[in-house]
Design a protein. Structure first.
Length: 470
């Protein structure tokens, strides 16, 4: 069943410059990267340490190795790397300047066109990262309701690097207990768990924030019921479109699922790799952060020197027009359908459909990896990533499409998938230790980087992952 695209292609084995880069980067950059999800502990040892350039659906690492890109800047690249219509808009704006003492005129132009594309959104505020806009939404909600608690789903991966979220993860060092007590969690697939939170904390929950779609596709009725519960209880309902915006639909998943959020947060795909995020919402809530209202105390909302960086706004305006004027979402869905169909066929052909699971939504494929006993396995997952990368596919267990992925790109992904499945099957029968180079990947949210010498589980069965403390 394996695609025959490059049967005579050799595997990528030269990571010599990447090895030198890794050896040097941690001495200068905390964590070796500026995003934990890009860290060395999130990839196999045989993987590029840094990317030199990208074009359309491909990237080249510092060793000159070429890859089809399935990760796309952690979802930030929706049209393709170095997409010319976006670059043209940025070049034009760069000639006009990027930062001024008053707003750049393009701020109003982009705000007008974005709000016109976002039903129910009346106001907008720009920022440079998603954590800032989600935290701003929480702050507005507290001011608007006079309540103190924020509720978010414990089964979602990430909302903010700020204390209200990080304090309720395993990686909470540096967060006072007082902050941790200001957040409560529910299960995104169980609206009754949110209902119980309101019963347990009457009159205290300021807002409910949720992604409209989780990694594992669930009944869309869940998110609609979560919205209904939040609004019945007088809380602000916040939809986080950081991942789903300009991917699940246009403008986002809230329109796909018939939601009416009070506030929504945006980022990643709306800039096609340029740094821009946004908070949108109802005028009566958003205007608490303005300078015109007089009836309520002002909220110090978002005030950023670079929030209105003109060339990033120009990029976002070009992205918006591409999505508005061309069938980008339909192209994304066609790519996902082709890859999902090929992956399913390969898993069935190799008898791996019980060990490698596909969580397929119309716009994304997320893979799960298990051992022969159907237990989640970090070593086997890492081995699969290693084998995809060796076959020229930069892969983190997720396939995201971009507009400029080609037929050849998709064929290579499926060819690499078939080869990686063959090695995976070998590991199931013979063990993974002689096949995986280096250590398994590790969770981002963990307390310790090394095992405790007093750990009763030593020697650790995963060699690098302490089950008791990490």
């Amino acid at each position: 069943m394996t695609e025959s695209w490059p049967n005579n292609r050799g595997l990528i084995t030269d990571f010599s410059r990447s090895e030198r880069y890794r050896a040097q980067s941690h001495a200068k950059i905390v964590g070796g990267a500026h995003t934990y999800s890009k860290g060395d502990d999130q990839f196999p040892e045989r993987a590029p340490a840094a990317i030199a350039r990208g074009k359309h659906g491909r990237v080249w690492d510092i060793d000159g190795n070429e890859y089809v890109d399935c990760a796309l800047g952690l979802g930030a690249v929706s049209l393709g790397h170095a997409y010319e219509p976006v670059l043209a808009a940025v070049r034009k704006q760069l000639e006009l300047g990027s930062a001024f003492a008053r707003p750049a005129s393009i701020e109003l132009e982009l705000a007008t066109e974005l709000l016109a594309a976002m039903p129910g959104m009346e106001r907008i505020k720009f920022a440079k990262n998603g954590s800032n806009v989600t935290t701003a939404a929480v702050k507005l909600s507290r001011a608007f309701t006079g309540r103190d608690l924020v509720a978010f789903p414990a089964d979602h991966a990430f909302y903010s690097f700020d204390d209200w979220f990080i304090g309720n993860t395993a990686m909470r060092s540096g967060v006072p207990d007082a902050f941790r007590q200001l957040a409560v969690t529910y299960r995104s697939t169980d609206p009754a768990s949110l209902k119980k939170l309101f019963a347990d904390h009457p009159g205290r929950i300021a807002c409910v924030i949720s992604e409209p779609e989780n990694v594992v596709p669930a009944d869309p009725a869940n998110i609609r019921e979560i919205q209904a519960i939040a609004k019945r209880q007088g809380s602000v309902f916040i939809v986080d479109e950081m991942i789903t915006g300009f991917r699940s639909g246009f403008p986002g998943a809230y329109t796909v699922h018939g939601l009416e959020p009070d506030l929504a947060t945006w980022g990643k795909a709306i800039g096609n790799g340029f740094s821009l995020c946004a908070l949108t919402g109802r005028a009566d809530i958003m205007d608490l952060g303005g300078i015109k209202q007089s009836g309520q105390p002002r909220v110090f909302l978002l005030s950023s020197t670079h929030g209105g960086e003109a060339h990033s706004l120009a990029a976002a305006l070009a992205v918006l027009r591409e999505f508005r004027d061309h069938p980008v979402i339909n192209t994304h869905r066609q790519h996902v359908d082709r890859v999902a169909t090929g992956m399913r066929a390969e898993l069935e052909a190799q008898g791996l459909d019980q060990q490698i699971t596909l969580h397929v939504s119309p716009w994304r494929i997320v893979l799960g990896f298990a051992d022969a006993d159907r237990q989640a396995s970090a070593p086997l997952r890492t081995l699969f990533l290693q084998e995809m990368i060796a076959r020229g596919v930069l892969f983190q267990g997720v396939f995201l499409p971009c507009l400029t992925h080609t037929d050849e790109d998709l064929a290579q992904i499926l060819w690499a998938f078939g080869g990686a499945c063959s090695v995976y099957a070998q590991a199931l029968s013979q063990g993974w230790r002689n096949l995986l180079v280096g250590a398994p990947t590790r969770p981002v949210f963990r307390n310790y980087n090394t095992c405790d010498v007093s750990c009763p589980s030593k020697p650790c069965p995963l060699e690098t992952e302490c089950r008791n403390r990490g």
